[in-house]
Design a protein around this ligand. Structure first.
Ligand SMILES: *Cc1c(COP(=O)(O)O)cnc(C)c1O
Length: 397
């Protein structure tokens, strides 16, 4: 088989992870809707069951379509191993639960995805795990907290929805000194723009529901890293049961074939839209790591190949202006997802941070009038025209 390490990521999106799962001359990976896998030979069955021989036993553990999905993500992240989940949140919660026990300590940032933030503030403390949430871009504070000792340093960069950037390589150095594992949620960057494993992270997590799938028609999550860590997480997942469905795996696998194409268009359009918005009278502030006035543009430039398809902006007129503006957009779904071929918009207070109270959002630096904008693959000029007509004549500005 071709050594996929030698081809570019774009070629990997199309070819990686598929060949060994093809059957009967099919050119596409089959959706194997079988709950279990049978064996005539009792000894062979046993060998597969105890892991001495490749094969499948039961759908909660492994499935060929799901494995093809894992293999493709693994190739794109340059990881040795990957395991998948029913959702991104299942990937995050299972990965944390695999390694944490009462008395442990987690250091993270204030700007993690809303669901992740809830795990940190609501569920982990209940299990007597201490969680310290630092200012996302305050590297000194993060380093100081890590130096006090921790089991896991959990990062997300860029963050949702204000696309803040944390220096992954620098944080890995701090974590290594205290033997902490480093997890990075790479959902916003995608493997096209950033590979945390190359920056020293132990585990990379994705909500596959977003850019990996790209079509907003399947939920999924995935974790990549070294085999010993990933196998341990896999074992936790096979017992706890948050398994990816084969049909979702197929849809995500198909979506990933165009990941590089989509990403190229989305990054280019996001930069143009961010620049356009920055110069618009109705706009208060634009958050996009590609903008030179972004607080950590230099770090983004250092650790990312491109700046991604996500941006956010606040309207001068606050929430009232958002109420007027959003319904006027013609080429955008007003919805909670992101990373799709269609442009998706929504107020952060209704989408990524709906689980938080207004006070919590304020503490996280998320204005009530903040709009998250996930750039689709439409023609960028059409998107800018659409923004222009929706932003004109806002009474509340
Ligand atoms: C959506 C999202 C998640 C959660 O993924 P689900 O598939 O919705 O469970 C986690 N992290 C980030 C950054 C996300 O955008």
């Amino acid at each position: 088989m071709t050594n996929f390490r030698e081809v570019t990521r774009a070629t990997k999106t199309v070819w990686s992870g598929e060949r060994e799962y093809l059957a009967h001359g099919a050119t596409q990976v089959p959706v194997v809707h079988s709950v279990s896998f049978g064996y005539e030979d009792v000894d062979e069955w046993y060998e597969v069951a105890i892991g001495n021989k490749d094969g499948h036993i039961y759908g909660r553990n492994t499935n060929p379509t799901v494995q093809a999905f894992e293999d493709k993500v693994k190739a794109l992240e340059g990881a040795e191993s990957a395991t998948s989940f029913s959702t991104g949140m299942a990937a995050i919660s299972n990965s944390l639960s695999t390694f944490l026990k009462p008395g442990d300590r987690v250091v993270s940032i204030k700007d993690t995805y809303g669901g992740t933030n809830k795990i940190f503030t609501e569920f982990l403390p209940r299990l007597d795990v201490e969680v310290v949430l630092c200012e996302t871009a305050d590297h000194e504070q993060l380093e100081a907290e890590v130096a006090k000792g921790c089991n896991i340093l959990y990062l997300e960069s860029p963050t949702n929805p204000t696309v803040k950037i944390t220096d992954i390589e620098r944080m890995v150095k701090a974590a290594k000194k205290v033997n902490a594992l480093v997890f990075v949620d790479n959902t916003f960057a995608t493997p096209m723009n950033q590979n945390p494993i190359d920056l020293g992270a132990d585990l990379v997590i994705h909500s596959a529901t977003k850019f990996l799938g790209g079509h907003a028609d399947a939920l999924g999550g995935v974790v990549c890293g070294k085999p010993d860590l990933v196998d341990t997480i896999y074992h936790y997942r096979e017992i706890n049961g948050a398994t990816m469905d084969p049909m979702s795996a197929y849809l995500l696998l198909r979506g990933m074939k165009t990941l590089d194409l989509r990403n190229e268009r989305q990054c280019e359009s996001a930069m143009k839209i961010a620049t356009y918005l920055q110069n618009h009278d109705a706009i208060e502030y634009v958050f996009y790591p590609g903008l030179e006035n972004h607080h950590n543009h230099d770090i983004a430039k250092k650790q990312m190949r491109n700046f991604g398809g996500m941006l956010s902006f606040s309207l001068k007129g606050g929430l009232d202006a958002v109420r007027e503006f959003l319904p006027k957009l013609e080429y955008a779904n007003r919805a909670a997802n992101l990373g799709s071929v269609e442009t998706v918009v929504g107020p952060a207070r209704t989408t990524s941070h709906v689980e938080c109270t207004p006070e919590e959002r304020k503490a996280m630096g998320i204005p009530e009038g903040l709009v998250r904008y996930s750039v689709g693959i439409e023609d960028v000029n059409d998107l800018i025209d659409d923004l222009e007509q929706a932003l004109s004549n806002i009474k509340s500005s």
